[in-house]
Ligand binder design. Structure first.
Ligand SMILES: Cc1cc2nc3c(=O)[nH]c(=O)nc-3n(C[C@H](O)[C@H](O)[C@H](O)COP(=O)(O)OP(=O)(O)OC[C@H]3O[C@@H](n4cnc5c(N)ncnc54)[C@H](O)[C@@H]3O)c2cc1C
Length: 464
């Protein structure tokens, strides 16, 4: 008979769940993962990875149009949307298979089915063949999240899409409306706009990418507009009238409503946690709107029950989920666990130009009462950026004027999603401006701008 008793059962195999399972197994615990759909969760199958594969195709296509700038020629740049999507699905499949391999290698039992918690220490799993009950002293909920829907703006997969539809689009949109300019909305807007869709983004807040530093948002907006995107800020889509092959969107701004026709709408208005059907009420687990309430160690208040990743609230990022997974596994194994510091988690958006940040924005630091020193450095002052043909962008750093602590770093431009980790390490090591200024950055690299931005905060920038 198959094993039913474990040290740890993880419900959900996204970057929170599978990483928690592997770390727990590494620490000698007997582990099972319950997954109802695909190993790897949203991240590998419908989120981080397949979007980046699509965006890479868009980036190459964009560069094909710029071939002449590099002394090259392309007869006729073109694309096959099906092939672009197939590549993205292939990448997702490859990585999901990789997770299966890693779980097997670490001797983690995988049970495919829908899990719920009928009582403390028990997981009931509905499988294809019926149902079974597994037991464990420790259960980790890692069931993730799904697209939020607003009344009247519900996706139908034809005219109105969620991210899942947009990842395998039934057609190339001609006139596209994207509702919401957070990371998911802007990445899809960037992808379809680059491939030639006439793209409008509607954002309810006063700027695109509203959680980013205001200067970075403004810089990114200018670049999006240069690429032909239309950005409507402080605006709300109040209604969608669906007709044959077209949608009339009612867009409200400052009390006035205008209508505009589109052939496709992508709704990217946030996510909601997968809290339903798990038996949380009966267990007495606190849920705030659609997220499980936990302490900094991801404990739910019910003995032996933890919640990690998207189901446990913001920031809704894969690396936050994975870090929480490792922390909880180590906590269960009796090791010293390091809680996540939300202000040290970088956020990256892979639009064109890319955007990346960590820590406090300038405005937030000031709101918190810090006296700040701010440094800025433009891509145009960097040799590598010019050699790459990517002179548009900037790096901004925010320091505590009193202590020299790096409070935040904000970037827009080519490859900044790869650069940001330098500042993340700096923050983790509680670095100050002195250490950063004394660090030797290799030449020629984009990373030299990270140095220059720090130097600029103290009036010492060399190349600008
Ligand atoms: C389009 C898009 C792009 C994104 N891009 C990025 C990015 O570039 N970088 C980044 O950091 N984040 C990105 N994210 C967010 C990222 O995908 C999530 O933060 C991450 O997947 C959360 O991981 P998780 O383990 O908490 O949950 P998930 O990845 O959502 O995994 C949860 C798993 O639990 C399973 N499950 C749910 N309920 C049950 C149940 N009852 N029983 C069994 N299994 C269950 C689900 O099937 C799923 O496989 C993106 C998200 C989207 C939608």
């Amino acid at each position: 008979m198959a094993e039913t008793s474990f040290d740890v059962i993880v419900v959900g195999s996204g970057p929170g769940g599978y990483v928690a399972a592997i770390r727990a197994a590494q620490l000698g615990l007997k582990v099972a993962v319950v997954e109802r759909e695909h190993l790897g969760g949203i991240c590998l199958n419908w989120g981080c990875i397949p979007t980046k594969a699509l965006l890479r195709s868009a980036e190459v296509y964009h560069l094909m149009h710029r071939a002449k700038d590099f002394g090259l020629s392309v007869d006729k740049a073109g694309y096959d949307l099906d092939a672009v999507v197939q590549r993205s699905r292939g990448v997702a499949k490859q990585l999901s298979g990789g997770v299966a391999h890693l779980l097997k290698k670490n001797k983690v039992t995988v049970v495919m089915g829908e899990g719920s918690i009928p009582a403390k220490g028990k997981v009931a799993v509905k499988t294809d063949k019926g149902s079974e009950t597994l037991t464990a002293k420790n259960i980790i909920l890692a069931t993730g999240a799904r697209a939020r829907t607003l009344p009247g703006l519900e996706a139908d997969g034809d005219l109105v899409w969620t991210y899942k539809h947009a990842l395998q689009p039934p057609r190339m949109p001609k006139k596209l409306l994207v509702i919401g300019s957070g990371a998911i909305g802007i990445e899809f807007a960037s992808f379809f706009n680059t491939l030639g869709a006439d793209t409008t983004v509607v954002e309810v807040m006063d700027r695109v990418l509203p959680i980013e530093d205001a200067e970075i948002s403004a810089f990114a907006k200018k670049q999006f507009e240069k690429q032909g995107m239309k950005i409507r800020e402080k605006s709300t889509v109040t209604k969608l009238d669906r007709g044959k092959g077209k949608v009339t969107a009612h867009i409200e701004k400052g009390g006035k409503t205008e209508t505009e026709e589109f052939d496709t709408v992508i709704s990217a208005v946030g996510i909601v946690g997968n809290v339903e059907g798990l038996g949380l009420d009966e267990l007495g687990v606190k849920v705030d709107r659609t997220h499980v309430v936990t302490d900094e160690y991801c404990r739910t208040g019910v003995d032996g029950l933890y919640a990690i990743g998207d189901i446990a609230g913001a920031p809704w990022l894969a690396h936050k989920a994975s870090h929480e997974g490792v922390m909880v596994a180590e906590l269960i194994a009796g090791q010293h666990a390091h809680p996540v510091k939300p202000e040290s988690i970088a956020g990256c958006t892979y639009c064109n130009p890319q955007v990346a940040s960590v820590g406090y924005t300038e405005a937030k630091a000031k709101d918190l009462g810090y006296d700040v020193k701010v440094g800025k450095f433009p891509f145009i002052g960097n040799g590598k950026a010019i050699a790459l043909g990517e002179p548009e962008g900037m790096i901004k750093t925010v320091f505590d004027a009193k202590t020299g602590e790096l409070l935040g770093a904000h970037m827009v431009g080519a490859e900044v999603t790869e650069l940001i980790q330098g500042y993340v390490v700096g923050r983790q090591l509680e670095t100050t401006e002195e250490d950063l200024m004394a660090t030797v950055f290799p030449h020629p690299t984009l990373s030299e701008m990270m140095h220059e931005s720090v130097l600029d905060a103290y009036g010492r920038a060399i190349h600008f």
